[in-house]
Design a protein around this ligand. Sequence first.
Ligand code: EPS
Length: 379
Amino acid sequence: MLRYWTAGESHGPALIALVDGFPAGLAVDKPAIDHELVRRQGGYGRGGRQRIETDAVTFLSGLWKGVTLGSPLALEVINKDAKLERLEEVERPRPGHADLPGSIKHLGGVRAVLERASARETAARVAAGGLARQLLSVFGIEVAGWVTELGGIVLGGREGPLAELRRVRDSSAVYSLHPDRDPEVTGLIDKVGKEGDTLGGVVEVRVDGLPIGLGTHAQWDRKLDGRLAQAVMAVQAIKGVEIGMGFEAARRRGSEVHDPIEYDAATRGGPMLGFARPTNNAGGLEAGITNGQPLVVRAAMKPISTLRKPLGSVNLRTKDPEEAAYERSDVCAVSAASVIVESVVAFEVAAALIDKFGGDSVEEMRGRWNLYHDLARSR
Ligand code: EPS
């Protein structure tokens, strides 16, 4: 069973991801994880904090000569802006943040809550997801994400091989698949930023190369769609998750939603075992099981809740009406969210891969992967 936890405060010494259940025998590409961490820091509209940090991962355990041992991995991302001991208490909770409910829940102050609730924590999730991506790559499973909507501007997705889509996305200032529309989007971010406001958007993640049969229909808490929904919904500021056609399916007839099943013996040797689906409205999942089609997950991100032109709030000490607190913030972190959602999706898919093929060593997983495909083909 692959799982992870994170620890760390936004302005504490470091963020930590503790990854348990990762198989032995994977040669880790640390620069590739660092690359994802750098991407998480980027995207047009990010705030001042990202000019201070240069995120990079350090492995504190679980590696020997760069290869996973099969023991727990502790991943560390240092905070350069580690000033927690010098920071003051916050008295004016920000609407939309954890400040008010969290401080009441813990019978304490706002600072104690916001330090942990901050999306800075997602650096640890991207580090853990970076490791998961590398395990998936061994099996030819690739993950990529992009922004499909920002501040109400609908950019949409695009068809094509993931390597090509990644190249296009990396040429966009906002990580979209339509870089020609960057000026329109960055113009809006500039305008809204000047007004002291923030913007949300929609991100999409696609996973290619999945085998048929990850996840299960048999128990609710092991259904892969449910696991993905939890992982994605638990990313800061995410308010909605869709798989495949998602909410649009509710508006269509069954005949317009479900993907017909075809068979061609000539492709029996391929990953789909001869089966073909002319459409992918299911987004790669049927009844919580991967069906060999690309997995498509979309997430809606609300605008960041720290506003330079703050909303009304209440001073928790005096109970007088006052503006919410503001130190600094991003105008828009939707591009960063695309990297984070990619990472948490990669982790859940890697967990499902280990559930199916075992998690002691990469070599055993490979053997079981081959055996399973041989058995499935010979039916
Ligand atoms: C973030 C770092 C934070 C915020 C942001 C995400 O840095 P600081 O609070 O020091 O400016 O920029 O956090 C939030 C959006 C939030 O609501 O807390 C990061 O590294 O992603």
